[in-house]
Ligand binder design. Structure first.
Ligand code: TXA
Ligand code: MG
Length: 337
């Protein structure tokens, strides 16, 4: 495994050693960890079943959980998915950016069945990150890329976090520093009459609803027994420590994740403290969420108490990830995926 520092603003990005190695690894069926604006992704050639198998194996991810295909622009996305008027509208408004569209799969498209887990729909995204975007363009392939962490764990927002989780399982890690948004893309499904929010994420629901001119519906048949997507399983993004939400105080010896200034009692009694945003800013909180959870987990504290976070805007995604981090696991050390 090779780690390469890479500067997304470099005018000669495509000629840099790290970038060339990454393109070669993709064309060779290998695995490349690369930043997007949301989190680091674990990318492989979405048209190559062996390469996609490599993703599932490296992550320990169940093969019924489909992958997002990352492409360089909307025209490339239309080669793999069928876009109706709503899809075109959302793609025009928000791509490149933290929005993933689930649309009917184009019959005969080159994306392999493993990438879509055999579904007749496909998740497509044009990331607003020159690295992942150019990687797809120069390799001439759609890139299947889940978050670059072990399945069920906390998504990585730095190359160090990728290295800790996956290390030698990856061929090349491109390190461009911490990601800007910090939570994964918002996923919207456009496969029936309703536009459905499958996963809140880095693009706020309110922004999408404004463009659509109507509210987003929920996932189809949403229930604990039949999750809309395996990534929507209850326990996910889980640290080792137990997570308690909406905490306004804390028992001595626990770790604390705040939102806004830290109350005196907590500053005194907690073994470790972080605040998602001193100024109670939701964008800043999203950007810090996964790295703060990792840092508090690394202190070895048995439990992490988390302050209430507002539920609007990016707060919807933050609360979604926190509630999955807090959800009951299936047994000691066992995650539901
Ligand atoms: O920001 C992101 O979206 C990051 C970066 C790397 O792009 N990627 C990411 O991928 O979060 P992943 O695999 O961790 O989450 C993708 C989610 C999964 O929950 C999967 O079940 C869902 O997308 N998904 C993929 N294809 C789908 C489909 N056809 N129908 C419904 N859900 C789908
Ligand atoms: Mg993930």
């Amino acid at each position: 495994m090779t780690v390469r520092r890479i500067n997304p603003q470099d005018p000669n990005l495509s000629a840099s050693t790290g970038f060339r190695e990454a393109v070669a690894a993709i064309l060779d069926g290998g695995l490349v960890a690369a930043p997007t604006e949301t989190v680091y992704g674990l990318a492989a050639d979405a048209t190559n079943p062996q390469a996609c198998t490599g993703i599932y194996t490296a992550k320990g991810r169940p093969r019924f959980n489909p992958l997002i295909s990352h492409v360089s622009d909307a025209a490339a996305a239309r080669e793999y998915g069928l876009f109706d008027e709503r899809a075109n509208f959302l793609a025009d408004a928000f791509w490149p950016g933290p929005l993933t569209l689930v649309v009917p799969r184009r019959p005969g498209s080159a994306v392999c069945d493993l990438a879509t887990a055999g579904l007749d729909s496909i998740a497509l995204r044009v990331p607003d990150s020159p690295i992942m975007q150019r990687l797809s363009r120069e390799a001439g392939r759609p890139l299947a890329a889940p978050s670059a962490n072990r399945s069920g764990g906390i998504s990585p927002t730095t190359a160090e976090a990728v290295n800790e989780d996956l290390g030698e399982r990856v061929d090349v890690i491109l390190d461009a520093g911490p990601t800007r948004i910090g939570v994964e893309s918002t996923i919207v499904a456009l496969i029936d009459d309703e536009a459905r929010l499958l996963r809140p994420g880095g693009l706020a629901r309110e922004d999408i609803e404004k463009v659509l001119g109507r509210p987003l519906a929920g996932p189809p048949g949403d229930s604990a027994a039949k999750p809309a997507g395996p990534g929507m399983l209850k326990s996910h993004y889980a640290p080792r420590a137990i997570v308690r939400l909406e905490a306004l105080d804390i028992a001595p010896g626990k770790a604390y994740l705040g939102f806004g200034p830290i109350p005196d009692q907590i500053a005194r009694d907690a073994v470790a403290v972080r605040t998602l945003s001193e100024k109670s800013n939701l964008e800043e909180a999203a950007a810090n969420l996964f790295s703060d959870l990792r840092a508090l987990d690394a202190t070895g504290a048995a439990s992490i108490a988390v302050a209430p976070v507002p539920k609007t805007g990016l707060g919807e995604a933050i609360n979604d990830r926190l509630s999955r981090a807090a959800a009951e696991r299936m047994g000691p050390g066992v995650r539901s995926e």
